[in-house]
Design a protein around this ligand. Structure first.
Ligand SMILES: Cc1cc2nc3c(=O)[nH]c(=O)nc-3n(C[C@H](O)[C@H](O)[C@H](O)COP(=O)(O)OP(=O)(O)OC[C@H]3O[C@@H](n4cnc5c(N)ncnc54)[C@H](O)[C@@H]3O)c2cc1C
Length: 454
């Protein structure tokens, strides 16, 4: 049988390769970079700090499914807060306790109608005050677009019922574990699904999977073209060489597919899909738990950053004792003033910004912990291509071409959902290439895990 080509060795590509191989299908994984992991990458330095590309929180259910449970430590606490008008509000209940926000949210509920865009959706769901002062500025900072231009589905992704949140927060307090809330939309969240972190960094989560497919992963081998004839994938081009394949599974950003595909213009409209570039700046301080909670949202648009994360708040082992690291998320455009700014200047802007919020942090500042940049951090759901996005979510429109993973699905997917969705999509791939049904294999799929983990 002709091999199946997988583009990318992040969690989606490795999961796809592992699953297809278990089904007895021939697979080759082409990874453009020098290492596997993609966004699930971790770094350690001589000073004893461990940090990820972004900050990563995963569930015990994912760790178990990926065979990494025994290297994971349980996370005892995770929480979010919002900094507003010189005060910190716990999210979501601290905000809802404020009569100003609660009254406007109630009034909005009484006069809701279908939303045309994200701004409308926020106003109708949270009320004018919370929408205007919190949700809209944050959505605009991470997307780089006006909330009126964004599809209402931006908001729907963020919705978590109040009762569910109450239950999960109570479960967290009772069990002393950071129970996941909003980390999976594919599988139920309950008191038995909580955050864990693999010793040595998030990238270690992928190790058991990688061990089983490392012989079929080719590093520094970007797929240069996906060859299509009569709307059917026939091959891929790697390092100038055409390789005949039975199917191609892409985890690359969807807006590069039109450039990669030779022989069809079915996906040309995807070229206008946008991702938000992001810079993550790490600053180090003496002390611990310097933020009000693990994550602090900053809707103040006069700040360069919209979110601060103190990962050691939840995972104390990520920094040496008595020290901590705060990650600043800066939304930007490739080539703009932030993208091209020297690192020391970015660090200075972040330090000045956080000291406007917490002036005492200046004396505690230890130094700069590096920056990470990506041109494709967040898919941006613009209203103008919402219909195309929904169509693409069902199928690529080209036989034998599958697009999976966070950037491949153009979805705000966290790793657990990347994992479950990729496994599900591999059943389609197997049936496309005519593989026999794998009944023994199916029992290892997600549904089997649910009852055991509650
Ligand atoms: C700031 C931030 C914070 C996050 N926090 C969390 C969190 O707390 N918890 C959580 O679960 N998830 C989190 N996520 C999401 C998580 O990181 C992603 O869902 C996941 O890592 C995506 O994996 P992937 O395999 O889909 O894509 P990627 O990791 O992007 O992998 C794609 C791979 O494809 C390769 N590639 C691209 N083009 C080609 C080509 N033409 N040929 C060959 N190779 C190619 C790339 O080099 C890359 O290695 C976060 C993401 C961000 C940006």
């Amino acid at each position: 049988m002709k091999p199946i080509a997988v583009l990318g060795a992040g969690i989606a590509g490795l999961t796809a390769a592992f699953d297809l191989r278990r089904r007895g299908l021939p697979v080759i994984v082409f990874e453009a970079g020098k290492t596997v992991g993609g966004m699930a990458s971790s770094f350690q330095d001589a000073e004893g700090f461990t940090y990820d590309f972004g900050a990563h929180f995963v569930s015990n259910r994912l760790a178990q499914a990926m065979g990494a449970a025994e290297i994971c430590r349980t996370v005892g606490h995770y929480g979010e807060a919002v900094w507003l008008g010189g005060k910190s509000y716990g999210y979501p209940f601290g905000l809802l306790r404020s009569p100003h926000f609660a009254a406007s949210a109630l009034a909005a509920r009484l006069r809701s109608h279908p939303a045309d865009n994200a701004a409308d959706w926020f106003r109708q769901t949270y009320g004018e005050a919370l929408a205007q002062e919190v949700a809209i500025p944050i959505a605009e900072a991470w997307s780089g677009a006006r909330a009126e231009e964004l599809s209402p589905s931006v908001g729907e992704k963020m919705r978590a019922g109040i009762l569910k949140t109450l239950y999960l927060k109570a479960a967290s307090s009772l069990t002393g574990r950071a129970v996941c809330n909003g980390y999976s939309h594919e599988m139920p969240e309950s008191a038995g699904v909580y955050h864990v972190y693999p010793g040595g960094g998030i990238s270690r989560l992928l190790e058991p999977t990688l061990r089983r497919v490392s012989d079929i992963v080719q590093l520094e081998s970007p797929v240069e073209a996906i060859l299509v004839e009569n709307e059917r994938v026939t091959g891929v081009r790697v390092k100038g060489q055409d390789i005949v394949v039975s199917a191609a599974i892409s985890t690359a950003p969807v807006n590069v597919l039109p450039r990669l595909i030779k022989g069809s213009d079915t996906l040309s409209p995807m070229a206008e899909f946008r991702y938000r570039p992001m810079i993550f700046v790490n600053l180090r301080f003496t002390g611990r738990n310097l933020l009000p909670d693990t994550m602090l949202w900053v809707p103040d648009r006069s700040q360069a950053f919209f979110r601060l994360t103190e990962a050691p708040f939840s995972m104390p082992w990520l920094a040496p004792e008595g020290k901590t690291q705060i990650t600043f998320d800066i939304g930007c455009q490739v080539g703009d003033e932030f993208w091209t700014m020297p690192e020391d200047k970015l660090a200075a802007i972040c330090l000045d910004g956080i000291c406007r919020i917490f002036p005492n942090l200046r004396q505690k500042y230890l130094g700069f912990g590096g920056t990470l940049k990506t041109p494709v951090a967040y898919p941006v759901y613009m209203a103008k291509y919402e219909e195309q996005r929904r169509r693409f979510a069902r199928a690529t429109g080209i036989d034998g071409l599958y697009s999976v993973g966070r950037n491949g699905e153009f979805g705000h997917l966290l790793m657990e959902d990347v994992y479950w969705r990729t496994l599900r999509r591999m059943r389609d791939v197997a049936s496309y290439v005519g593989a026999p049904a794998a009944s023994e294999h199916e029992s290892a799929l997600p549904q089997g895990l649910t009852p055991a983990l509650g």
